[in-house]
Design a protein around this ligand. Sequence first.
Ligand SMILES: *Cc1c(COP(=O)(O)O)cnc(C)c1O
Length: 399
Amino acid sequence: MGEVSDSKSSLFPTYARYPMAMVKGEGSRLWDDQGNRYLDLMTGLAVTSLGHSPAKVKEKLVEQLDDLWHVSNLFHIPNQEKLARLLTDNSCMDAVFFCNSGAEANEAAIKLARRYHQKVLGTGRYEIITFKQSFHGRTLATLTATGQEKVQDGFQPLPQGFVYAPFNDAEALAGYINDKTCAIMLEMVQAEGGVRIADPAFVKEVAKLCKEHNLLLIVDEIQTGLGRTGKLFAYEHYGIEPDIITLAKALGSGFPIGAMLGKEKLTEAFTAGSHGSTFGGTPIATAAGIATVEIIVGDKLSDRAAEMGQYAVEKLKAKLEGHPMVKEIRAMGLLIGIECTRPVADLIAEIHGHGVLVVSAGPEVIRLLPSLLVTHEELDEGIEVIGKVLAGHTMAVNE
Ligand SMILES: *Cc1c(COP(=O)(O)O)cnc(C)c1O
């Protein structure tokens, strides 16, 4: 791997990194510093949804670099208005707050839910119900919203006001609501949590309880949003309307940008001075966002993700079903999980060794997050390798 491994790293070791260093990307291909070529079926964890270096996004970015990089949010920023309009025109939402990451988008959602209940409704409520195995980010509030002890380990005391209900358990949910509850926050597919898809009946119950108890429904679409699941937003599969959704990952095609979208009634709670971000929605970040969303919407990439996802799942099932190590194949569009009966870290390393990049989702799930522009041939190539590697491990337990 060249220079990177030769000397001691000056970085905090917060990541268990794969032993490669990527230096170039184009479409679904990546190249490492040794000249090896890879098929990228993980897209930086659902970030490079248009593939690497998409030409139209690059063009918009370069144009914007010539004009203006940064200006304070104390000024009007036309690109922000334009991207916000694109997002609200294509969702059930009315207003947008821009930030720089997924965690910040969820942080904004948590703050907005509390402030709406405290300043607009005057109920004083602050508690948010989230779900076990969820993932909402790494800031103190969002790691507390995350229903995984390993993410919270060592960071006590955690902020108050979060409770964790079992995911997909419609009957248990009502028992978690009390006179302090202000919101329910969930992912339509728990992606980091193992590609676990919300049951329609469960989501219906969530929406019903939110209405009955005047709770805000927050849907974390950071991984599922922007076409990934076969709709522009995953909530559209369920026939519900959240009050708040959060976006990041694919929004800038790799340029950092996050967004929180909310219903009109919530604008009263985020008044001037109540929330902010220096870099939130800079002219450059929003230029990347505009170009990305225009392509995803204009080229109907949600429909493409639905079709390609179905194709991939059929191929995977044909190849892997009946394999003693494969427990279940789950997918919504191009968010695909292969649950195994044992830890998958060594399998993933082996798949990487054959030039195909996939990632885990929890210890026992192999996750595929291909570009929304992935071709049939590329999927065939990746699935062939996954099939070959799994065929070499027929034992149900880790040998
Ligand atoms: C990645 C992710 C986040 C956190 O986003 P960051 O940009 O890493 O802060 C939050 N929620 C979900 C569902 C995610 O997939």
